[in-house]
Design a protein around this ligand. Structure first.
Ligand SMILES: Cc1cc2nc3c(=O)[nH]c(=O)nc-3n(C[C@H](O)[C@H](O)[C@H](O)COP(=O)(O)OP(=O)(O)OC[C@H]3O[C@@H](n4cnc5c(N)ncnc54)[C@H](O)[C@@H]3O)c2cc1C
Length: 410
């Protein structure tokens, strides 16, 4: 891996984490490739490792110290990612709670909401899934129809969501619903944290119907909300002010990994090189072209990450255009790479294991199809670049359409 010196503070953190990982990382998890939906013993092992990380203060590290994080800068986050990669140990996080909900509560929540919700994310007690998209509201998110009605000190929610990733592990749904039907559409939306079960353990009107994918797995679900209830305390940012909170959530989702994504792609590249060598194909000119092309893209992603880091360090905002460029670059690279690897492997690439278990490249080939959809489709990213960077005329849109930009991800 290309090692970059990120300066004294980040390098000090690197030393601290490296030492801690050497002492604490469980040997049986080293080098383990974690599927999107782990089950059985692996799931239990990862949970235990996540709790160990939480106790030692290695989850929610980007959150400010006063809220239980370490206040890590973007440089320090890059170092953390590199060190987990170097130790070949999974970096278990608190998922969407850590990356999306917590940061939104920090910005828009009240002191009481921060004091209540943030420690529960750190401890792993509250695990979130995302209920933004609906059958008629994806790219045009502000068209959402799910209704929220205030009933005493609660809000009652009815409607349908779709594409709910991580439903299978969640205890909470962070959800957008329309509470002001007569307000202009961006203003009549609320951001509600809905418990999946009521305090007494009974159902709370949140029904997940898993959607089976071509991988054979069901990573996401349709979600039906039928008189689901949440205390008004769980409305973040105030009634009818959810759009601002949602924009914070989506901003974190889009920009969050631009600085570190190349690390995983470099590991994938190394794996490809070793597979090519083990098949005796490294002198094949076409294969060498593929490797050179792949290496170039991984380096481009690394440089792009460094550019974002540099902007953040100098107090600048990487901006929507950078997020869009990054999303297009990595998602289209991934799809093209895996397509070519499938061609390289030939018929072997289509072999599935027992119980339809998929080898790495086939699994990645199938899941990469969705990479240009989640987090904002490639077309939406191009619209953003066209309008905000190239200054081209705005796309024609109906008066009622929203400009929400990139949308929720898995
Ligand atoms: C794997 C995966 C996981 C996801 N996880 C979640 C989740 O956990 N929670 C959640 O809420 N959502 C999730 N999503 C939903 C995701 O945010 C939406 O799929 C995405 O925003 C696109 O919306 P849509 O599917 O409704 O497509 P549409 O918006 O209906 O788009 C259909 C097609 O039209 C194109 N299009 C739409 N508008 C324009 C335009 N203005 N200009 C040009 N082309 C346009 C799109 O690019 C696309 O090709 C997930 C999606 C995927 C694939």
């Amino acid at each position: 891996m290309n090692r970059t010196d990120y300066g004294p503070a980040a390098e000090k953190l690197r030393d601290e984490l490296r030492e801690w990982l050497e002492e604490n990382a469980p040997e049986h998890l080293r080098g383990v490739s974690v599927p999107r939906q782990p089950t059985g013993q692996l799931k239990a092992d990862l949970e235990a490792w996540g709790n160990c990380l939480a106790e030692a203060g290695w989850v929610c590290v980007a959150w400010p110290k006063e809220f239980g994080g370490r206040g890590c800068s973007a440089l320090e986050m890059a170092v953390i990612e590199e060190e987990f990669q170097r130790a070949r140990i999974p970096r278990v996080t608190r998922g969407m709670g850590e990356s999306l909900v917590g940061p939104s509560i920090i910005v828009h929540g009240t002191d009481e909401q921060r004091a209540h919700f943030l420690p529960r994310i750190i401890s792993g007690q509250d695990r979130y899934c995302q209920g933004f998209s609906e059958p008629g509201a994806g790219s045009d998110l502000a068209s959402l129809m799910t209704k929220g009605v205030v009933d005493g000190d609660e809000i009652v929610i009815n409607g349908q969501k779709v594409w709910t990733s991580w439903y299978w592990d969640a205890t909470m749904l962070f959800c957008l619903c329309r509470t002001g039907p007569n307000e202009p559409k961006h203003r009549g939306i609320s951001y509600v944290l809905i418990p999946i079960r009521r305090p007494d353990g009974s159902e709370n009107g949140v029904e997940f119907r898993p959607l089976r994918q071509m991988t054979g797995q069901s990573h996401f679900a349709e979600t039906f909300l039928t008189d689901a209830r949440a205390p008004l305390f769980n409305v973040i940012g105030g009634l009818n002010h959810g759009w601002e909170v949602a924009m914070t959530t989506l901003g974190n989702e889009r920009g969050g990994r631009a600085t570190t994504r190349h690390v995983a792609f470099r590991e994938q590249f190394d794996q490809l090189v070793s597979e090519v060598r083990s098949r005796g194909r490294s002198d094949d000119p076409l294969v060498r072209q593929l490797l050179a092309w792949s290496y170039t893209h991984v380096e481009l992603l690394r440089y792009q990450g460094l550019q974002v880091l540099a902007r953040l360090q100098s107090g600048g905002d990487p901006g929507a255009a950078t997020s869009s460029l990054h999303k297009i670059l990595w998602s289209e690279y991934q799809q093209k790479l895996v397509e070519q690897v499938m061609n390289l492997l030939g018929p072997e690439s289509l072999l599935v294991g027992q119980d339809y278990s998929l080898p790495y490249w086939l699994q990645t080939f199938l899941t990469s199809r969705s990479d240009t959809i989640w987090g904002g489709t490639a077309q939406i990213q191009r619209n953003i670049l066209a309008e905000r960077v190239l200054g081209l005329p705005r796309e024609p849109r109906e008066a009622s359409r929203s400009r929400s930009g990139p949308q929720p991800s898995p």
